[in-house]
Design a protein around this ligand. Structure first.
Ligand SMILES: [Zn+2]
Length: 125
């Protein structure tokens, strides 16, 4: 059973909780030792400096973090597609190594930006 399944068994919610302190529970990049636990109890959501404590706090209150993740994925996929449009190649097989890495980087960069933006948008005053 994956992490999400274990989380559902525990609480029935799809929080971005991460049991591993090395991985940011929001963007999936390297965490920086910042963790947030609702009510001060584990499991903590570990995040990177760029996602930050405020977003971690917001994310743990979300009803369905998975839906936010899927939305960020879709937006990032669109941006990666736009990168292909700019170089005029849609067949991945004809990309150079540099173009392929730029395509993947476009996806990753936009995924990270979108997930942070979407979580921020969920913040309650
Ligand atoms: Zn992060």
């Amino acid at each position: 059973m994956g992490l999400r399944g274990r989380l559902r068994e525990r609480g029935g919610m799809t929080n971005p909780a991460s049991f591993h302190h090395a991985t940011c529970g929001l963007c999936g990049r390297r965490a920086d030792g910042i963790g947030f636990s609702p009510g001060g109890r584990p499991p903590a959501v570990w995040v990177c400096n760029d996602c930050g404590l405020a977003r971690a706090r917001t994310a743990t209150r979300m009803r369905d973090f998975d839906a936010v993740e899927r939305r960020a994925f879709a937006l990032a996929a669109r941006r990666a597609g736009q990168f292909l449009d700019t170089i005029g190649k849609t067949d991945l097989a004809v990309l150079t190594t540099e173009e392929y890495e730029s395509f993947l980087r476009a996806f990753q960069t936009h995924f990270v930006e979108e997930i942070r933006r979407l979580v921020e948008g969920e913040a309650t005053p």
